[in-house]
Write a protein that binds this ligand. Sequence first.
Ligand code: PEP
Ligand code: MG
Length: 686
Amino acid sequence: MSDGKVKSMLETAVVVKVTEGLHARPATQFAKLAKEFSCSLQVLHGSTSADAKCAVKLMLLGIREHDQIVLRADGADESDAVERMAQFLSSPEAGVQQATAARAADAAACGAEPVTLVAASRAGASNSDSSGTNSGASTGAGARSETPAEETPPLLGIPASEGLAFGDAYVYLPEPLQATRQFIEPHETAAEAVRFNRAFDDALAALDRQFDTMGDHDGIAEALVGVAQSDEFAGEIRARIAAGRDAAAATLEVGATLAASFETIADEYLRSRADDIHGITRQVVLRLTGRQDVSLAGLTKPCVVLASDLTAPDLARANVANIVALVCTRGSATSHLAIIARSHGIPAVFGLSVPDERLRGVAQVAVDGALGHVWFEPTCALQDQFAARIGEARANRAALDVYRDVEPVTRAGRPIRIAANLGSPDEIDAAKAAGAMGVGLFRTELLFMNRRSLPGEHEQYDVYRRVAEAFAPHPVVIRTLDIGGDKPVPGIAFPHEDNPFLGWRGVRMCLDRHDVFKPQLRALLRAATIGNVQAMLPMISDIDEVRRVKALMAECARELASEGVAFGEPKLGIMIETPAAALTADLLAPEVDFFSIGTNDLTQYVMAADRANPNLASLYRCDHPAVLRAIAMVCDAAQRARIEVAVCGEAAAQPRMIPVLVGLGVDELSMSPACVLRAKKIVSEL
Ligand code: PEP
Ligand code: MG
């Protein structure tokens, strides 16, 4: 040392035990704790380091659970500081206890409402429709499509959810933002700083209000506000304004740079914080430039929504009852957005072959979801024709009501179960109103998406219990987590994969991540004490996967028994959706209680045609002989092993496929609630 004295400094190595690492909330709490000490505090992670009192810098270190870090403290209270900080890092719940406690209290108070992707459910979408007003009319599944005899040819897209609709357009195309100037005069800097502060405070207040209405139990708003107020964001913008930059230009620049730093972090959850920074930047710049943002929250009357693409959070902001139809220039028929549209009986056409810009300025739209046809500015004659067809379809649907309590049997005397596919307990009412004979597929992944951390065993049990109770004594098939790199989930770091659909997904990932899988299996075993809960495994391609899951289930059962927790023995089935599973169905059958054919994936893998690629729509056909032969093989194997076989892919609801599937030997068809009544009628008439 240059002054000749050896400066004291404390360094301690710590292994981070905080669940999911130092992501937004724990980093915010950690920085808060660090600020209680007067000493300087550094966190060293590999070759990088950050000031422990700065939450944003900590997040940018991308520290994960099990990482080793070094705490370096220098100052009077350094030993206390290091001890408290190390204690914080060795607690798995650090920084999230409050959130967990709030969630538990909530669960006790309101029966543990699960996270849902849609704001409102159209109960009974299949048999009631209240949207027939002057400004918007639609009809869901059950509308028979005939190409109307009008002159204007329709625009073509992918039929994503059937039904007819016409009405006013609501164009949802958020515009890219730009600053009107780059630099300001020296005498303007003080006023510009005030202008920024006003816009910034207003944006943060709006963020607070949004989280208030959404119920911010997780301290997410606090973490977000912390990032926004940090030196790296607000501080840096103020510095640039003082140096002569326009406030909007400075905000855009700083927002982009900070978001880019987050985008390079390996941890999936922290990487997605870049979206939060883009969001805050956008809100501040909108205020600075005096512009209004487009949001589905502005949908206050029934309209046809026109968009490039929609995400689940976009949809969560909308009153779904006001969406009479959805038209997107991207997307595919088997996307989750399409599945949500179908479950709400909203006609939808995706992959419309027009540039996004063409959507702007459209005032009225007519949609035929079954044919994938869209008309912009439909003529009066076409509107009249649509109104007549919608009326007719409504009458047809009302006539289907008589099938609600029917348990369909073919004329040859074969009973066929018509069950519902659900993604959330919010859809229970619609499925019951349609007379669904149980749940043939409960997609658990929606429970894991659109949230900040993995759902725990109890939260999952509560959801499964609600579905089981609602449908008892009918079967409720809970599919274990089917997720991969294409749909990231916080708490599961998916590696980059060139082919995520052929990658580490579904049961493959679960078998490698017992910390994710076991809570789900335990929740399932516990829920099996209620009604008729069954378990189903997705993406099976090898018999060994089934055996390993069975061993893990047995381990969970032993643990529950030793803890004195009640559990049942659910039937175990597998999805047949890979060619490998179809080709070895005879070998797999003795291992399981039932098969359920996932025609959405089976078609994509048999045809080597990406289910999400609109350019391959003509090849992606579930009625292709190759796919039908695979289904026939599976039905034969099931029959020989005397186990039941269901179809839970979208083919199960298609009127032209139902006779084929029943003819091949399928025992159960499971589909969106909106299609149940029609399927009951078709089967009854076979
Ligand atoms: C399928 O692949 O057919 C299926 C039902 O599963 P998902 O659509 O959720 O992949
Ligand atoms: Mg699938």
